[in-house]
Write a protein that binds this ligand. Structure first.
Ligand SMILES: [Zn+2]
Length: 365
């Protein structure tokens, strides 16, 4: 098993192209060609986690938070980030992070929290637009199915719970092969008319190179005509935070107690209760203050996140209960998510869950 194989298992679920501009998700140390002895999954990389990887014979650590985030100019071991990089390199340990790309998929970091709370009808709270593209191409009628299939196999044609989506219409294509051409049909120097199927298929932007490659390789023409358009549509499966519903409404305080229990939160900071029951729940794992307004707009009864600042609590405006359960607490199930994704693809491989609690925050009870 190569490190690349394990990375691929994560990236088919959360493409690296889905990370935010400021992020640094991906392989940080090590080489994807290395043979992998075992993978240790953790929320953060600390010296203790590196030590654990060594002891448990893992040369790959997959974490949620990338240890190098803002960039490094020197590696002298003068701070914890530099120290960890030095230790990882000295011990031939590869460090890989699935960060905002894992946040931005429906059943990623926040979706996992929603599942842990038993929410139903889970949707992305703030979907992103301009991620989808439309491919339009033209193939001889009797070759259309072959071309369509190839493009579907490259990952195109998925809309919600449907696959192999396309629109097809027939018409006449014309072309005249010039000297030096090797036409599939028609003669050099003579205009040819061919009954063609116009095929339209949607795909997310990060599949573009494989989609176009599949098209060109499986199309009979020497010169394949195709158009690509960026769509303004929202991608409902990609974006920040999630929103879902509890099976039955719960009294506010009881729900907060459920949160405390489920997340083993030592303290939950929350805004004034509104005296109504909780059913619609918005969630963003990690630092999610940027979605408070969106949660209100979507009529959530409560918004659960971490890292909320004093003034941001006021943004709840008495319209929603805002609950800060802690950054680490909110994202703790991400370790399980990483393990699940790896084990689904490689059920017998050494996929280990770190036993280190990397939370840098303590609570004095
Ligand atoms: Zn985080």
């Amino acid at each position: 098993m190569k490190i690349l194989d394990l990375i691929s298992a994560i990236e088919v679920f959360a493409a690296p192209e889905l990370q935010e501009d400021y992020d640094n998700a991906g392989l940080i140390t090590g080489n994807s060609d290395w043979e992998c002895s075992g993978v240790l999954c953790s929320l953060d990389v600390t010296l203790e986690v590196i030590k654990e990887a060594k002891t448990r014979n893992c040369n790959l650590i997959m974490s949620h938070h990338p240890i190098i985030f803002r960039g490094l100019k020197r590696i002298n071991g003068n701070n914890y980030v530099e120290n960890i990089i030095v230790e990882a390199i000295k011990n031939d340990i590869a460090l890989y992070a699935a960060h905002t790309n894992l946040d931005n998929v429906l059943l990623g970091v926040s979706g996992m929290i929603a599942k842990k709370l038993g929410l139903q009808d889970i949707q992305v709270l703030q979907p992103k637009n301009r991620l989808l593209r439309r491919l339009i191409t033209f193939a001889p009628v009797n070759k259309a199915e072959e071309v369509r299939k190839a493009v579907f196999n490259a990952g195109a044609g998925h809309i919600g719970q449907y696959s192999e989506c396309s629109f097809n219409s027939e018409g006449t294509g014309t072309f005249k092969a010039e000297e030096g051409a090797d036409p599939y049909v028609g003669e050099i120097g003579k205009q040819h008319q061919e009954r063609e199927t116009k095929i339209e298929i949607v795909y997310p932007f990060y599949l573009e190179s494989q989609v176009v490659k599949a098209l060109v390789q499986n199309h009979p023409y020497e010169e394949v005509a195709y158009d690509i358009f960026t769509m303004e549509n929202m991608h409902l499966g990609i974006g920040s935070g999630v929103i879902g519903k509890l099976e039955a409404p719960m009294e506010e305080m009881r729900f907060l107690e459920l949160l405390k229990d489920r997340f083993e939160a030592k303290g939950i900071r929350y805004t004034g209760l509104l005296g109504k029951s909780i059913q619609k729940v918005a969630i963003c794992g990690g630092a999610g203050s940027f979605l408070i307004k969106k949660a209100i707009k979507n009529k959530a009864d409560i918004y659960i996140t971490g890292d909320v600042k004093y003034h941001e609590f006021f943004d709840s405006e008495g319209k929603i209960v805002l609950a800060d359960i802690g950054h680490y607490e909110s994202e703790q199930f991400t370790v399980e998510l990483l393990c699940d994704l790896l084990l689904k693809k490689f059920p017998t491989f050494a996929v280990l869950k770190s036993s280190v609690n990397t939370n840098p925050v303590n609570y004095l009870g």
